[in-house]
Ligand binder design. Structure first.
Ligand SMILES: C[C@H](CCC[C@H](C)C(=O)SCCNC(=O)CCNC(=O)[C@H](O)C(C)(C)COP(=O)(O)OP(=O)(O)OC[C@H]1O[C@@H](n2cnc3c(N)ncnc32)[C@H](O)[C@@H]1OP(=O)(O)O)[C@H]1CC[C@H]2[C@@H]3[C@H](O)C[C@@H]4C[C@H](O)CC[C@]4(C)[C@H]3C[C@H](O)[C@]12C
Length: 420
């Protein structure tokens, strides 16, 4: 990814007209109505209660694919911590006031989905539990995204990704030989097993509602979501894939042909040459004589084989190795940093990354639907409370009531600051 405006590269914005005037990227964000009309989740209304990371990711997925996502933020906060806010609108509402609870109730019962990120019992305490809301709107899909689920002794316990990953069983398998378990960022529980799994649950419930006309409650536990994502680890044990200690198996950094290697310029190459026919191409690309090497699957020789690969990879730069292996089936690819992934030729050809109106590059929504693709909004994220008035008016609050809520501090209306 370019760092200076002068050598900015163009990023095709799917479904958006992006025009470069010199170094200024002008993204004409398809208007909200236009976006909603053409996408899989067009017309679906979501109330997302502001959470930390999993729920915001779930909300962003729904928004990218056309849903109208209204995030309910706390009042008296200077900035939203939601970096996954694209396409969302923000209402600032104080739920510590009975009037605030009444406002949220009215928003929820007029929506299709409520997405709440709090620990068990919080919404019930507010009088906004599923029983309450589903009574008023039987079509409501009430998504509850938590760490431990709505039952069990940990249900009210605080936690974060690493705790849920640990409780899922998967963390015990992650880490190199003779090292302690290692959590891969907050990817597996927060995002894969949390936000993404919850989005799947919501779409499943929407599909079911199209037949039954009924809403339902989604109990999305990140422990269970992460474990479910890792089902292969449980169900492939009979194949003998995980018989050895952590870090000594084929896919957990034990195998020299499934690992990363440093190149002479301090970068790295990723090697995934599992099948014999691909492994042969790896050996060929490295310029090694297969006859002089131990057999690929000789576990006891893996440390020696790894040393050989490490020595050879250290002889050339990442670009040189990419030229050698590009176009082969050796399953060898450059380890790209975030700010280079978007400009790799393959990713550029597909438009796998996009640039928003703030010149920020991020992944485009996946997967790509051929007829109703996601059309992510690329204009700036909402300011906390930016849409309070317009949303309340749209949801049937009269102007005098809105003014009263404002003056009572139940809601807040904030304006976006002009960008200089
Ligand atoms: C965002 C960055 C990445 C974080 C990812 C991290 C690794 C995770 O794993 S996130 C997943 C966390 N777990 C869950 O989401 C599971 C379900 N949720 C919970 O279990 C809990 O919510 C909880 C444990 C996460 C938090 O518990 P808490 O007690 O705080 O809250 P709850 O019990 O849920 O109750 C909510 C209460 O709030 C009331 N409420 C809700 N809405 C409103 C409203 N609108 N008005 C008024 N009141 C409201 C509600 O009624 C409840 O009240 P009661 O309790 O009375 O019932 C982050 C990574 C680093 C962070 C930054 C860093 O920490 C530095 C700063 C620290 C500073 O304090 C904040 C800013 C930081 C910059 C901080 C910012 C971000 O968090 C990070 C960048």
């Amino acid at each position: 990814m370019t760092s200076s405006p002068s050598d900015k590269q163009s990023y095709p914005c799917p479904g958006l007209e992006s025009v470069f005037f010199g170094s200024v990227c002008v993204c004409v964000c398809v208007c909200v109505r236009e976006r909603e009309r053409e996408m899989a989740l067009s017309g679906v209304r979501v109330i997302e209660l502001a959470g930390l990371a999993p729920a915001p990711f779930c909300g962003m997925i729904l928004s990218d694919f056309g849903a109208r996502v209204i995030r309910v933020d706390r009042t008296k906060v200077t900035m939203a911590m939601d970096s996954l806010a694209r396409g969302k609108q923000s209402v600032a509402l104080n739920l510590k006031s009975p009037q605030g609870v009444a406002v949220l109730k009215k928003l929820c019962i007029q929506s299709d989905i409520v997405l709440e990120p709090y620990r068990k019992g919080v919404m019930e305490k507010l009088g906004l539990g599923p029983e309450e809301l589903l009574k008023e709107n039987p079509r409501l899909i009430y998504a509850r995204l938590t760490g431990y689920g709505q039952s069990g002794s940990y249900a009210k316990t605080a936690g974060h990704d690493i705790n849920y990953l640990a409780m899922s069983g998967l963390l015990s398998m992650l880490g190199r030989s003779s090292e302690k378990p290692y959590a891969p960022l907050n990817l597996v529980a927060d995002f894969a097993g949390g936000g993404l799994m919850c989005a799947l649950g919501i779409v499943l419930a929407l599909l079911e509602r199209s037949k039954s006309g009924q809403g339902q409650i989604i109990d999305a536990s990140m422990v269970e979501g992460a474990a479910y994502v890792g089902s292969f680890m449980w169900k492939s044990r009979s194949l003998g894939l995980w018989n050895r200690p952590r870090g000594e198996n084929m896919l957990d950094s034990g195998a020299p042909f499934y690992d990363t290697y440093q190149t002479s310029d301090g970068k790295h190459m990723a090697v995934g040459a599992i099948e014999p026919q691909f492994y042969d191409q790896l050996i060929q690309g490295l310029g090694l004589d297969a006859a002089s090497l131990p057999p690929q699957m000789s576990f006891s020789d893996w440390p020696e084989l790894r040393q050989t690969f490490a020595r050879v990879f250290a002889e050339k730069t990442q670009a040189e190795w990419s030229r050698i292996f590009d176009g082969t089936d050796a399953c060898v690819t450059p380890v790209l940093p975030l700010d280079e992934a978007g400009s790799h030729p393959h990713n550029r050809e597909r438009g796998s990354f996009l640039m928003d109106a703030q010149d920020e590059v991020s992944p485009r929504p996946a997967p790509v639907l051929s007829r109703t693709p996601a059309r992510p909004c690329l204009s700036r994220d909402p300011v906390v409370g930016e849409h309070t008035r317009s949303v309340l008016e749209e949801y049937g609050f009269d102007p005098a009531h809105i003014e009263q809520l404002l003056s009572a501090g139940v809601v807040e209306c904030n304006k976006a600051k002009a960008r200089l």
